[in-house]
Design a protein. Structure first.
Length: 151
């Protein structure tokens, strides 16, 4: 079960890496719409009409501060990638159960926040199962007899 949990943690880490890039880029774009529009104006040499500027301002107001939240979640996912991979390595080595529990909890928290921000999907199932299996595997460490040493 530890091997399966480790493999699923690595898969969840890859999904989190891809998601973090999307959230960081999306959060940056959402929080800087007006700056992007003015930069595009300068590059094209054209000025935006009053209607276009009003549309951009309305979109910026509608988005509000959600861009910062998306950016923060993207950074959280990026940090979770390293922790999930380290947790998988410790699962393979059968060491550091406390760290594995933290990694499993972080995987679950990342998926729950992702579900609340967007929607529920197959990638969320992988992360949730990986987190649950990691916690169960960490709790079972040290229980039972140790495997025979290989010579």
């Amino acid at each position: 079960m530890r091997t399966a949990a480790g493999v699923l943690l690595i898969i969840a880490a890859v999904f989190n890496l891809m998601g973090s890039v999307g959230y960081i880029v999306g959060g940056g774009v959402a929080s800087n719409m007006e700056n992007i529009a003015s930069y595009a104006e300068k590059q094209n040499g054209k000025t935006l009409s009053a209607e276009d500027k009003a549309n951009i301002a309305a979109a910026q107001e509608k988005v509000g501060n959600s861009g910062i939240g998306l950016l923060a979640f993207g950074v959280f996912l990026l940090v979770s990638v390293g922790i999930l991979i380290a947790g998988a390595v410790f699962l393979f080595k059968n060491t550091k159960p406390q760290f594995i529990m933290i990694a499993g909890g972080m995987a679950i928290v990342a998926e729950v926040i992702g579900i609340l921000i967007t929607n529920f999907g197959i990638t969320n199932i992988v992360g949730l199962v990986a987190g649950i299996l990691a916690i169960i595997s960490a709790k079972s460490m040290g229980v039972g007899s140790a495997p025979e040493p290989v010579e």
